[in-house]
Write a protein of this length. Structure first.
Length: 370
C-alpha cells in the first residue's frame, strides 16, 4: 500500500515550480524498466527523488540559488490616521484628512536559496534589501454649520525609506506532460527604517503554464499566466523628521492661511448658531451640526498650532504617526516566461498588471545537486 501511495503521488504531482524558476518534465511514455543505471538519481533530495526518476520523471537539480530584482507600484487606501509632533499629543484626523492619491513604490533585490523537499514541494528562503517610497496627496477638511465640508488646505508628501526583508516560502506543484500548475506562497517580514516594528507580508501566486522543448535536451522555455495576491500588516506606527514628510518651503504660509480659514469658519458657525431661536437650538439636528462643526474646528486648530510650533525649529522637528493602510486591490494578473539555458542556469521575467498594482520581476538562478 505504501509503495502504491508513493507511486500515485509521483505520477500525479510532477515538479513544476515557476516562482523559483525551476520545474520538472515528465515523459509518460518512458517506462520504469527503460531507466538505465546512469539515470538513477544520485542526490539526497528530494525525498522520493530516486523513485521519481525510476518512474520516468526528469527532475531538476535539487538545490538552487537565485538572484532577483523586483519593481512594484501599488495604490493604497489609508484610514484611522493619528498624527503628533515632537512627541506631543496625537490627533485623530481620520475624519478631517482626505487622501486623493496614495502610492507605494519599491525597488528591491533579493537572494533566494531553495531546495526540493519532495518532487512536488519546493521550499525556499528570502533575503532582500529595498528602497521604498510612499507618495500621498491629501487635504485638510472642515464642515460649516450646514454640514458642508470645505477644504482648509492641501498638501503633498513623499517619504523614502530603506528596508531589509527576510522570509520563507512554499510551492506545491501539480503537472502532467508539459503543462503544470504551481501554487506559490511566501511569508516575509520587512524592517522599514521609519517604522516601529517589521511589516508582515503574505503573498499567494497561482500560476498555470506550459514548457516547450528545444532540440538540445537541456534547453527549454516556459510560459505562464496567473494571479498575484498580496496581504500585509495594516497597522503602521512610526516617527519621521518633519522635513521628510512635508516640504518646508511654503508650509508656514499654508499654516497661516489655515488659521485665517478656521477663524472665518468659527465666525460663520457662531453667527448661524446665535441667530437661531432657543427652540431651534434645542433641536437635536441643529445641536449635532453645531457640535460637529466646533469639534472639527477645534481639532484642526490644535493640529495647525502643533505644526506652527514644530516649524519654530523645523530642522529638528519630528512627526509621530499611526495609521491603517491597505492595497486598493489585493489581486492582479501576471504573465511570465523562463528560459532554461542548461540544467544549471535559468533566466526568468514576469510582469503583473491590471487592478491598482503593477510589478516587474526578473532573475537569474543557478541549480546544483544536493
Amino acid at each position: 500500500m505504501r509503495k502504491f501511495i508513493i507511486a500515485l503521488i509521483l505520477t500525479v504531482l510532477a515538479c513544476a515550480q515557476t516562482f523559483g524558476q525551476v520545474y520538472a518534465n515528465v515523459d509518460l511514455k518512458k517506462k520504469a524498466e527503460e531507466t538505465s543505471k546512469e539515470d538513477i538519481y544520485p542526490y539526497i533530495l528530494p525525498i522520493w527523488g530516486k523513485k521519481a526518476v525510476e518512474r520516468g520523471f526528469q527532475l531538476p537539480y535539487s538545490a538552487g540559488l537565485g538572484f532577483n530584482y523586483l519593481w512594484q507600484e501599488s495604490e493604497l487606501v489609508i484610514d484611522n490616521l493619528m498624527v503628533g509632533f515632537n512627541n506631543g499629543p496625537m490627533y485623530n484626523l481620520d475624519e478631517y484628512i482626505r487622501f486623493t492619491d496614495s502610492v507605494a513604490a519599491a525597488n528591491a533585490v533579493n537572494l533566494r536559496p531553495d531546495f526540493w523537499l519532495f518532487p512536488f514541494l519546493n521550499v525556499y528562503g528570502l533575503f532582500g534589501k529595498a528602497k521604498t517610497s510612499t507618495t500621498i496627496n491629501a487635504g485638510l477638511w472642515i464642515p460649516d454649520a450646514e454640514n458642508n465640508w470645505t477644504e482648509l488646505t492641501s498638501f503633498s508628501s513623499k517619504a523614502n525609506f530603506d528596508a531589509t526583508m527576510i522570509g520563507f516560502g512554499l510551492t506545491p506543484t501539480l503537472g502532467i506532460s508539459r503543462y503544470w500548475l504551481a501554487l506559490d506562497m511566501n511569508f516575509a517580514w520587512t524592517d522599514v527604517s521609519a517604522l516601529d516594528k517589521p511589516v508582515f507580508t503574505f503573498v499567494f501566486g497561482p500560476r498555470f503554464g506550459k514548457t516547450i522543448k528545444f532540440k538540445d535536451p537541456e534547453k527549454n522555455i516556459a510560459f505562464w499566466v496567473g494571479g498575484f495576491r498580496v496581504k500585509f500588516t495594516s497597522e503602521t506606527t512610526g516617527s519621521l523628521n518633519l522635513s521628510d514628510v512635508l516640504p518646508l518651503d511654503g508650509l508656514q504660509d499654508k499654516v497661516d492661511q489655515g488659521f485665517e480659514k478656521i477663524d472665518d469658519a468659527q465666525e460663520q458657525v457662531d453667527s448661524w448658531w446665535n441667530a437661531l431661536p432657543p427652540a431651534e437650538q434645542a433641536n437635536p439636528i441643529n445641536e449635532a451640526r453645531y457640535n460637529t462643526a466646533n469639534r472639527a474646528i477645534e481639532t484642526t486648530s490644535n493640529l495647525l498650532t502643533a505644526v506652527d510650533g514644530a516649524l519654530s525649529n523645523a530642522e529638528n522637528a519630528t512627526v509621530q504617526y499611526s495609521l491603517d493602510k491597505n492595497l486598493k486591490n489585493k489581486w492582479n494578473f501576471i504573465v511570465g516566461s523562463q528560459l532554461q539555458l542548461s540544467r544549471h542556469w535559468m533566466l526568468r521575467a514576469e510582469f503583473g498588471f491590471l487592478g491598482s498594482r503593477q510589478q516587474f520581476i526578473t532573475g537569474l538562478q543557478y541549480r546544483f545537486g544536493l
